[in-house]
Design a protein around this ligand. Structure first.
Ligand code: MN
Length: 266
């Protein structure tokens, strides 16, 4: 967008963690696994020395997760010496009966910012010269469109968008809720748009000037995806380039930008 050089920044993008999805009965291995997987997401963020992390919705599975899950999440987030921003999705919506009202996250994870304004909200990370805009889910409204009418770019060098919903391929049948279209993403005029709601990792079309991708679920439940158990590391380069890498939560080598699947059709 601008030809001036910008500060080099690095972020971690994940989504659809669904912490607490197995909070029933006496607990289970699946529950422990989900918790351990989020610990590994934070491990990657620390190892890769990210400047901030962005969770594009469905961080918690529902508003009735166990207290222990809330405290586990806050403790893990606070291990990272960098801001963590959550743009809530349909499973962890804001408003009445929000999971984020259950404990005082500001006390337990002072580096966490939850976007709680239903009309949409810009979080300014002033020390980083980064602004993040998103519109959070409030409840299950099928016609909710995360990127309808985004505000113009702000003053910070880097403009990031986040949204939780279904990217609609131009040739797709319109049978999903929470639509995100390519022209929505183009109209954001953001440098990077972090998407959530899908369990598979994929880049999506967003015009020439915007990079947009789903991180997929970190536990690798991706249906039909070749990439699982990964998070995105996003490098914002001084010349304005946005470069992705898919980092494994296990021992797999990272995938370079062009190796990350690109949605051709749906
Ligand atoms: Mn979702």
């Amino acid at each position: 967008m601008t030809s001036e050089r910008r500060p080099k920044r690095r972020l971690l993008h994940t989504s659809d963690v669904h912490l607490g999805a197995y909070d029933y009965g006496d607990g289970s291995e699946a529950r422990d696994q989900l918790h351990a997987n989020f610990n590994r997401v934070i491990d990657v963020a620390i190892r890769e020395e990210v400047d901030f992390a962005l969770i594009a919705g469905d961080f918690f599975d529902n508003a009735r997760v166990w207290d222990d899950t809330l405290h586990h999440a806050a403790a893990q987030i606070s291990r990272l010496d960098a801001p963590v921003v959550i743009a809530p999705g349909n499973h962890d919506h804001v408003g009445p009966r929000s999971v984020y009202d259950r404990i005082d996250f500001a006390e337990h994870a002072p580096n966490l910012r939850v976007m709680r304004t239903p009309e949409g909200e810009t979080v300014a990370l002033e020390d980083l010269d980064v602004e993040i805009w998103a519109r959070s889910h409030t409840e299950q409204l099928p016609d909710f469109q995360p990127f309808n009418d985004p505000p113009p770019r702000g003053d910070a060098a880097w403009q990031i968008g986040a949204g939780h919903g279904h990217f609609i391929h131009p040739r797709a049948l319109l049978h999903h809720s929470f639509h995100i279209r390519e022209d929505h993403l183009i109209e954001t005029e953001r440098d990077y748009v972090a998407l959530g709601h899908w369990e598979q990792m994929t880049r999506v079309a967003a015009g020439e000037l915007t990079v947009a991708a789903y991180s997929g679920a970190p536990e690798g439940l991706g249906h039909g995806s070749e990439v699982g158990g990964r998070v995105l590391i996003v490098d914002l380069h001084e010349d304005g380039r946005v470069e992705l890498q898919a980092h494994s939560l296990g021992d797999e080598p990272p995938l370079a930008h062009d190796e990350i699947p690109f949605l051709e059709a749906l």
